[in-house]
Design a protein around this ligand. Structure first.
Ligand code: RFL
Ligand code: PHB
Length: 390
């Protein structure tokens, strides 16, 4: 097989780039390890920043998001029962975020790819990257007993944190920065009315909790749990009881509970790999960086990578200008690190940090008090949450 751009990974990053390039007539192939159903079964992000939503529209995939997604121009932070609102629009000159599930936007991207006859190959095994520093890089994968070779100009590693792309960069070139937090998030999706029309990020002495939603009939809740907890330890009843204990009394009282339709534990991690380019391999999204979900930045950091890569590819193929490709890694990393800083800050502001000394707990409490006493601090939070410019 021969193509211009070989994309490894059919998550949001890979599909979005594939769709944008195809709309410009730039031939590409997406290789995805799992089935479409499996990818759509993963419950992940719920909050999209303005820039991500714009990219969906540019990819001609924004119709359902615009019809069914909810615009949120604020959210709440609760501190042991005391709830205060962060006015996103008021602090950013009218900006907001869109509440629309990753499952839905991935479905929209798959549908758009299918409609255009895009090449998305599922269930590929043993994906390997070859000759990345030559002008003729290629990818191989196995389908049954057959090894298939994809020759391309560029390889895009959009294969998430565990994929093979980042690992194809030699250890003496790659530098990895990582912080693992000593807790995870237990998430539950339930067909219940959301407790609050806007998200509630709740700090409590029992640990952090988040009330989010996918629609007015579908709720998504999370609670901070120790890494040692197993999903089997948490019955639905135990989850709802613990969530209630961590919410302001008025919200706990009106919380509608029901059977979980998905329940999972995600460890919290901050991670960046540098550089994001090696020869003709370009990393994008979770393949290169991970944030703890507290700031809702993961998917949105992927969006800026895709934006820069897409424009770099356009300049290369349409104008013969390689500046965008050459500056991709530095440009993408500059924004990635800002999302890292913000996510780390939101995480340390709101979680119960088991390794803290008493002095640090005092600083954490002061950080939150300062936030709500300062328009400058609230503006900083708001401009990061709605998304810094690409
Ligand atoms: P993905 O989604 O991991 O997709 C990578 C794809 O690559 C495939 N793959 C391979 N394909 C071929 N060969 C191989 N050997 C392969 N190995 C892997 C995988 O099957 C997969 O389909 O990465 P991508 O596209 O970069 O997208 C990143 C986002 O998924 C991620 O950043 C967000 O979900 C993070 N995130 C959130 N981000 C937000 O912006 N807002 C949020 O509200 C938000 N909430 C969250 C989140 C992530 C969470 N978890 C579970 C980590 C909430 C949670 C709980
Ligand atoms: C979600 O709805 O899954 C969600 C929302 C906000 C976050 C993280 C996750 O910060």
């Amino acid at each position: 097989m021969k193509t211009k751009v070989g994309i490894i990974g059919g998550g949001p990053s890979g599909l979005m780039l594939s769709q944008l390039l195809d709309l410009q007539g730039i031939d590409n192939v997406v290789l995805e390890k799992h089935s479409r159903e499996y990818v759509l079964g993963r419950i992940r992000a719920g909050v999209l920043e303005h820039g991500f939503a714009e990219l969906m529209r540019e990819a001609e995939c924004g119709e359902r998001m615009d019809a069914e997604g909810e615009i949120h121009d604020g959210f709440f932070i609760a501190d042991n029962g005391r709830k205060r609102r962060v006015d996103l629009a008021g602090h950013t000159g009218g900006n907001s975020v869109v509440v629309y599930g990753q499952t839905e936007l991935t479905r929209d991207l798959y549908d758009a790819r299918a409609k255009m006859g895009g090449k998305v190959i599922h269930n590929v095994e043993d994906v390997a990257l070859h000759d990345l520093t030559s002008d003729t890089p290629y990818i191989t994968y196995r389908e049954g007993d057959e090894i298939i070779r994809v020759d391309c100009d560029y390889v895009i590693g959009a294969d998430g944190f565990h994929g093979p792309s980042r690992k194809a960069i030699p250890a003496n070139v790659l530098k990895e920065y990582e912080k693992v937090y000593p807790f995870g998030w237990l998430g539950v999706l339930s067909r219940t009315k959301p407790v609050s029309p806007e998200l509630i990020y709740s700090k409590s002495d029992r640990g952090f909790a988040l009330c989010s939603l996918r629609s007015q009939v579908l709720s998504r809740y999370y609670i901070q749990v120790p890494l040692t907890d197993r999903i089997e330890d948490w019955s639905d009843d135990a989850f709802w009881a613990e969530l209630k204990r961590r919410l302001p009394a008025e919200d706990a009282a009106k919380l509608e509970t029901g059977p979980s339709i998905e329940k999972s534990i995600a460890p919290l991690r901050s991670f960046v790999a540098e550089p994001m380019r090696y020869g003709n391999l370009f990393l994008a999204g979770d393949a290169a960086h991970i944030v703890p979900p507290t700031g809702a930045r993961g998917l949105n950091s992927a969006a800026s990578d895709i934006y820069y890569l897409y424009h770099a590819m356009l300049d290369h193929y349409k104008k013969g200008d390689d500046t965008g490709l050459e500056t991709y890694s530095a440009k993408a990393l500059a924004r990635v690190w800002k999302a890292q800083r913000f996510s780390w800050w939101m995480t340390t502001l709101l979680h119960k940090l088991p390794d803290n000394i008493a002095y640090e707990d005092k600083l954490q409490a002061t950080d939150l008090e300062y936030l709500f006493s300062s328009e400058a601090a609230l503006t900083s939070l708001a401009e990061n949450y709605v998304g810094l410019p690409f």
